[in-house]
Design a protein around this ligand. Structure first.
Ligand SMILES: *[C@@H]1O[C@H](CO)[C@@H](O)[C@H](O)[C@H]1NC(C)=O
Ligand SMILES: *[C@@H]1O[C@H](CO)[C@@H](O)[C@H](O)[C@H]1NC(C)=O
Ligand SMILES: *[C@@H]1O[C@H](CO)[C@@H](O)[C@H](O)[C@H]1NC(C)=O
Length: 581
């Protein structure tokens, strides 16, 4: 789901982006650029209007007839198909998107006068110089280079990271820098520059998120991600008057509103996100994407009621792409869970189980987890059977390229205990999932809700069954969650003792092997909050270095990486051996 969320926003960004800037080329790229620009821009703003006003089929229809003649139409067309494939998960849609991407690549290649179909890392510097010297820097050519790089970038979402993408982006950056002055007068160059900002920016941002284990490979290949460079390139792209700026804007929103929450410590800049969205809110008050992000910002600010209203408005805004409804249902499920309104949360979990194909295992687990929070009479009244639902989870797991999805694996492992004839109930499964999705960063902004959660946890602790197999695990789950609530409420001494309790029982934990490293990480954040950065780094490094093969390991590595980054400014004071890699 995480990947899909990311995919959705990035790709929707690409679509918006490609729709805007579309010189309606004929088959010959030598046709004067300026003579067609005006008509093209008119057509393109129509297409963008369609897209942002939820008329997706109209946007597709507008692009389709031009896709063989214009690289931008080709990209726009295949991006929409790709987005559809990402949302439906239907093999037919995926095949169609792949085929259309291949066609787009061919169309782009026709416009690349100096293109070298196979590029390597080593050749990119020479390649760029070659381009500048030998070619006459035709505007169309630069756009073709950029367009080609972007199509490859999208293709990489469906396959694997392709080295030629990066080489091409670097080519484009070199072109953009060299031609900055000479081309300054040409309005088209602004749009090219905007595209490069976007490419380089998001690439740096993506790399800066990667934990060092993964990054080592990239560094070996000669790349390192710099978050500040990434953000500032994207800001430049978003602020420029370029028609492509919406792409940079949507990527920044994605970063502040999702990536930092799920893979980071939740330090996204909501002020900036709001300011970025403002101009689009005025122009497209009923656009599904705009409503969705408005709601998400409100949610992260802790304004849950307002967020619910906006998600509902987003559902009401269009019927064409039901998958957007599913995104909203997923968010609404969490929004009601934050408020401990399990009855409403169940409603949306149930909708997801019935309608969305993304991850049935997670949806069914989530539904059962939410039902576990309701009194038994109410569950019976709803015609549901919690034990039966948990038993279904394992059979519903997906495999993508032979690999299982970490969240599904986690859910299946938690649900396993229900396969026995007299199952020991999970203590607080819905709250545990809330933690897994980093929901406590939202709840933490509302002390009233945090107090209520604490009360539930204390009650659950009293009711734990003294079972030899699961007692310690369940107790530790409750302690970890209690520690989180107490930390959010500023009761740090009590929080620390909860975390230490979990860590002290490491040897007795039988199933939930994720508990100790995750607790160490949370303890590290607590030390940081107390101002003891050295202790924070020590305990977080310990979680990073000394534990492996537990559930959702990569997710923790992402968070550790983000946390150590925020403490980076202090690391200069430490002895070199302590400096985070
Ligand atoms: C576009 O090109 C492909 C192959 O190059 C061809 O099969 C298809 O019919 C063309 N479509 C249009 C609308 O010209
Ligand atoms: C968030 O963004 C705003 C506007 O871009 C900026 O003024 C502010 O300093 C940023 N806050 C943080 C914590 O980075
Ligand atoms: C929630 O946000 C809306 C719109 O920004 C605002 O009018 C309302 O006062 C906010 N409510 C709370 C409780 O902050």
């Amino acid at each position: 789901l995480l990947i899909l969320y990311h995919l959705l926003s990035l790709i929707s960004a690409y679509i918006a982006f490609t729709l805007i800037k579309t010189p309606c080329f004929t088959t010959c790229y030598r046709v004067s650029f300026s003579s067609t620009t005006n008509t093209a821009l008119k057509g393109c703003s129509t297409a963008l209007g369609f897209f942002l006003n939820n008329r997706f089929a109209d946007a597709l229809a507008l692009l389709k007839p031009w896709r063989n003649q214009s690289m931008y139409h080709a990209m726009g067309y295949s991006s929409i198909l790709l987005m559809q494939a990402g949302m439906t998960f239907d093999p037919h849609d995926i095949d169609a998107a792949m085929a259309s991407l291949r066609e787009s690549l061919q169309t782009c290649q026709r416009f690349q006068q100096c293109h070298k179909p196979v590029r390597t890392f080593k050749s990119y510097i020479f390649g760029a110089a070659y381009n500048i010297i030998v070619c006459k820097l035709l505007t169309e050519e630069m756009h073709a280079e950029l367009c080609y790089a972007e199509v490859l970038l999208q293709k990489a979402f469906l396959t694997f990271l392709d080295e030629s993408i990066i080489a091409l982006l670097l080519d484009c950056q070199a072109l953009a820098n060299v031609t900055k002055d000479t081309e300054k007068q040409k309005s088209t160059h602004i749009h090219f520059r905007g595209g490069v900002n976007m490419g380089i920016g998001s690439f740096n941002l993506m790399l800066s998120l990667l934990p060092s284990r993964v990054l080592r490979l990239m560094e070996f290949l000669g790349f390192s991600g710099d978050r500040e460079v990434g953000l500032s390139e994207l800001r430049e792209g978003a602020a420029s008057n370029s028609l492509r700026s919406i792409l940079s804007t949507l990527t920044l929103l994605m970063f502040h509103l999702y990536i930092t929450v799920i893979l980071g410590t939740g330090e996204g800049n909501l002020t900036e996100a709001e300011a970025l969205l403002e101009p689009y809110k005025e122009k497209f008050p009923n656009g599904a994407l705009i409503l969705f992000y408005t709601a998400r910002i409100a949610l992260l600010k802790g304004n849950i009621t307002f967020a619910q209203e906006k998600f509902l408005a987003c559902i009401a805004a269009q019927e064409e792409w039901r998958q957007i409804h599913h995104l909203c249902s997923w968010e609404l499920m969490w929004a009601y869970s934050f408020e401990l309104n399990w009855r409403e949360a169940y409603r949306y979990a149930d909708i997801l189980c019935k309608e969305s194909k993304w991850s049935q295992a997670v949806y069914v687990f989530q539904k059962a987890a939410i039902l576990s929070m309701l009194p038994e009479e109410e569950v019976t009244e709803l015609g549901e059977d919690v034990v039966e639902l948990f038993r279904q989870v394992d059979g519903l797991r997906l495999r993508i390229a032979g690999k299982s999805i970490p969240t599904e694996k986690f859910a299946a492992k938690k649900a396993q205990r229900y396969s026995s004839s007299n199952p020991v109930k999970l203590a607080v499964p819905a709250l545990e999932m809330l933690y897994v999705w980093n929901g406590f960063t939202v709840v933490g902004k509302r002390p009233d809700l945090t107090e209520s959660i604490l009360t539930i946890l204390e009650k659950a602790e009293e009711q734990l069954r003294d079972d030899p197999e699961y007692h310690v695990d369940d107790q530790c789950v409750v302690q970890l969650l209690k520690g989180l609530c107490l930390r959010q409420l500023g009761r740090l001494v009590q929080a620390e003792s909860c975390f230490n309790h979990v860590i002290s029982r490491e040897k007795e934990i039988k199933h939930d092997n994720y508990l100790v490293p995750y607790t160490m990480y949370e303890l590290g954040l607590l030390h940081k909050q107390k101002g003891d950065v050295n202790a924070a780094i020590t305990v977080i490094e310990n979680a990073k270095m000394n534990y492996k093969d537990y559930n959702m390991e990569s997710r923790l590595h992402f968070r550790i990486h983000a946390a150590l980054n925020t403490m980076g400014s202090f690391s200069a004071k430490l002895p070199p051996s302590r400096t985070p890699a």
